[in-house]
Design a protein around this ligand. Structure first.
Ligand code: SF4
Ligand code: SF4
Length: 396
């Protein structure tokens, strides 16, 4: 997948010829093409093609998850960002509503939107009905007839990726015209899930955690390459490993270096950093204008590789160790949301999904978990418990 700079003249030229380029990618239909950018697209950002979807997208997109200021969305859109990523659960639905209000008067082919829907596993008898209602609610909030990408949110195993009931409902959403492309998101960068997606054959896009801290980067990159050859497009999240370069969430990480590290893998079509203000947006745009990893970036990132930070690898090695069978990786993610992202709302939401209670870890004695990153897991769980009790009225 090649980077390609787009200037205003090229914008029109590429839009007109996108169908021809798509023939190089397995299973791309010309009908699935979208304009490479909106009419105010800047000329500085490389664009890449998102697998068999044929969607061309700047390497920088917006993870809207934490943003609650529509003016930041407007600034991103005006700067030439075309892809916006949200989820049914973000900010209890207000994130989708904000996007719906912003995009309602914009040309539908000037942007692409992805949302996600989570389900409890194992699936209930009512799964199909509940999941359809979830998507319909998202579309209503977004004020749209369809989303460009719908992700089954946070699939945790190859079995979930290949589950026939999940596949069937996603296909139905597509045949009903409610979604254009099928995807799933995964926090655990498990190569086996990418291979499961190749086998399943229906997934157009995978949204995965991808950053310089991954402990299995070689295996992950190889699986991504296999997926790309099969026509799957890849979108990167958690690119900044929680946003800070220390374990306490105090010192902001060099986000530009993190993004450039991600973009050196040309099979990653775009990244969705979750900028929430104009300063962070500008920082991301500056990175996209100079997307090549520098020797300074390499040195900086190398200096962080062995350092304890906020980012949990989601490797799952702690799951069998915990005496109370707590979902430790999810709890560590909730910790990162609270202390790195400063997003108590998302943290509380994550804790509610896994039913963390005040009783967790009590009467356990010495913690049995030996985290591969050296996290003091029980200490972090103790630090995250107060979030359960933050009244919703104080949350954004
Ligand atoms: S807490 Fe440690 S062992 Fe558990 S998933 Fe995270 S990195 Fe792996
Ligand atoms: S103290 Fe450690 S082993 Fe015990 S419940 Fe907490 S995380 Fe699990």
């Amino acid at each position: 997948m090649k980077n390609k700079k787009v200037n205003r003249r090229d914008f029109f030229r590429l839009s007109a010829t996108a169908g021809a380029g798509a023939l190089l990618i397995p299973n791309v239909s010309a009908a699935s093409q979208l304009p490479v950018s909106n009419s105010k697209a800047k000329d500085e950002y490389p664009v890449r093609t998102l697998g068999r979807t044929g969607i061309t997208v700047p390497v920088i997109s917006m993870g809207v998850m934490r943003a609650d200021n529509p003016n930041v969305v407007r600034a991103a859109y005006n700067a030439g960002i075309t892809h916006f990523d949200t989820a049914h659960g973000y900010q209890n639905g207000r994130n989708e509503e904000m996007l719906g209000n912003f995009f309602k008067d914009k040309s539908r082919d000037s942007f692409t939107i992805a949302t996600k829907g989570k389900f409890d596993y194992p699936l209930s008898d009512n799964f199909e009905k509940e999941y359809t209602e979830l998507l319909d609610t998202s579309l209503k909030r977004l004020q749209m007839d369809y989303v460009d990408i719908f992700y089954a949110h946070d699939l945790k195993s190859p079995e979930m990726v290949k589950d026939k009931r999940v596949i069937d409902i996603l296909k139905k959403f597509r045949s009903d015209g409610k979604i254009r492309h099928i995807g799933f998101s995964m926090h655990n960068h498990n190569p086996a899930q990418i291979d499961a997606a190749i086998e399943a054959g229906i997934y157009d896009v995978i949204l995965l955690s991808y950053n310089f801290k991954l402990d299995n980067i070689k295996e992950t990159d190889e699986a991504i390459a296999r997926g790309a050859r099969a026509g799957i497009g890849f979108v990167a999240m958690k690119t900044m490993t929680g946003g800070t370069e220390d374990a306490d969430g105090k010192k902001q990480i060099n986000g530009q270096a993190c993004l450039r590290w991600v973009w050196k893998n040309e099979n990653i079509a775009t990244a969705i950093p979750g900028f929430t203000n104009f300063e962070l947006l500008d920082d991301c745009l500056a990175a996209a204008k100079n997307p090549s990893l520098t020797s300074g970036d390499r040195q900086y990132l190398a200096s962080l590789c062995d350092k304890e930070m906020l980012y949990c690898q989601q490797c799952g090695k702690c799951l069998q160790q915990c005496a109370q069978h707590l979902p430790v990786p999810d709890l560590m993610r909730a910790y990162m949301y609270a202390y790195g992202y400063k997003n108590a709302s998302l943290s509380k939401e994550t804790l509610a999904e896994v039913n963390l209670t005040d009783e967790a870890c009590l009467n356990c004695g010495k913690c049995q978990v030996e985290c591969t990153l050296g996290f003091d897991v029980s200490k972090k769980i103790a630090a995250i418990k107060p979030v359960i009790h933050v009244p919703d009225v104080f949350l954004t």
